[in-house]
Design a protein around this ligand. Structure first.
Ligand code: NAP
Length: 303
């Protein structure tokens, strides 16, 4: 039995592992078959303190993983398929095995949201993507559209502008949600254009993306933008399917925490994007992973 089983291996999960191991707690990280979280899908990270020069997202995660392993974290590269928090020791099922834990830290993060169009589903991987860092290279010299007006959308647009011939950002309002610095960069980039007050009603193409049909939300008028790729960057939803009925979730599906990282089940803690829909930064996720490990350590002393 482990003192702590951490589910998830993004900045929250791996930081929790570093702190738990250094507190001399036996620690297993159920990292998932695709470990590392959203930073694995990012290019340059410029705002993680301690890195005055940009570091690639996957490199930052590799450093965190090595650091956790250096202090003794066991890492299981399987997806957690089921949990049972109804009695102690808690049980976490992964890769056909049953892990027993005196305490659990949930750090499963969040995933990209999709528009929910039939054509989007059908053309996913055929020009529809949610990751410019992963798929941008397929659009060298081609036209692409990015949907959304937040930081992710503008980061995607800026990444794509280095590769594609033209990038159109489709945003449902006439004001961007993204941070000022990204707005300035995107608005000042000659390759990036904007379709304001517009929503995508259909992604066009049979075998691959050929364009998008957009609707002006004020006039209702529809028009077509011809492009070869569509990057959907409209936010995220928490990865909490596994925890329904096990811990309290809020109406949006995020794990509810109180007094730091405590969940509705004593001995089960949560950290990172799975319980935070406001800040959602690598550095805030890492900080909350640290807090969860400290909370678990304290709780285990009296449990
Ligand atoms: P976000 O801030 O929630 O922005 C989502 C964007 O998509 C908004 O502009 C929203 O429009 C639009 N949208 C949402 N649902 C839509 C729909 N169904 N159809 C069309 N448009 C839709 O999400 P995010 O950009 O992924 O960022 C998430 C968090 O990560 C933020 O806290 C952000 O600061 C952070 N982040 C930071 C960095 C960085 O610091 N470099 C990079 C990436 C992400 P409205 O504006 O009208 O709501």
């Amino acid at each position: 039995m482990d003192d702590v089983v951490i589910i998830g291996s993004g900045p929250a999960g791996l930081t929790a592992a570093i702190y738990a191991c250094r507190a001399n707690l036996s620690t297993t990280v159920v990292a998932g078959s695709a470990w590392g979280g959203q930073l694995m899908l990012t290019t340059e990270v410029e705002n993680f303190p301690g890195f005055p020069d940009p570091i690639l997202g996957p490199d930052l995660m590799e450093n965190m993983r090595r650091q956790a392993e250096k202090f003794g974290a066991k890492i299981v590269y399987e997806d957690a398929t089921k949990v049972d928090f109804s009695a102690r020791p808690f049980k976490v099922f992964a890769g056909g095995e049953e892990l027993e834990a005196r305490s659990v830290i949930i750090a499963t993060g969040a995933s990209s949201k999709w528009l929910g169009l039939e054509s989007e589903e059908r053309l996913r991987g055929r020009g529809v993507s949610s990751c410019a860092a992963c798929d941008g290279m397929f659009f060298r010299g081609k036209k692409v559209a990015v949907v959304g007006g937040g930081d992710t959308a503008l980061e995607e647009a800026l990444t794509l502008a280095k590769i594609a011939s033209q990038v159109t950002v489709v945003h449902r309002r006439d004001k961007l949600r993204a941070s000022k610095v990204l707005q300035e960069r995107a608005l000042g980039n000659g390759k990036i254009g904007f379709a304001w007050n517009a929503v995508v009603v259909e992604i066009l193409g049979k075998e691959k993306v050929e364009g998008i049909r957009i609707k002006d939300v004020q006039t209702g008028q529809e028009s077509t933008i011809y492009c070869d790729g569509v990057f959907v960057a409209i936010g995220h939803q928490p990865n909490t399917e596994l925890f329904k009925g096990q811990v309290e979730l809020d109406p949006m599906g995020y794990v509810v925490t109180h007094e730091g990282s405590r969940t509705s089940v004593e001995g089960v803690f949560a950290a990172g994007d799975v319980q935070d829909h406001k800040y959602r930064q690598a550095v805030t996720a890492a900080a909350s992973g640290c807090k969860a490990a400290l909370d678990a350590e304290k709780w285990l002393q009296v449990a």
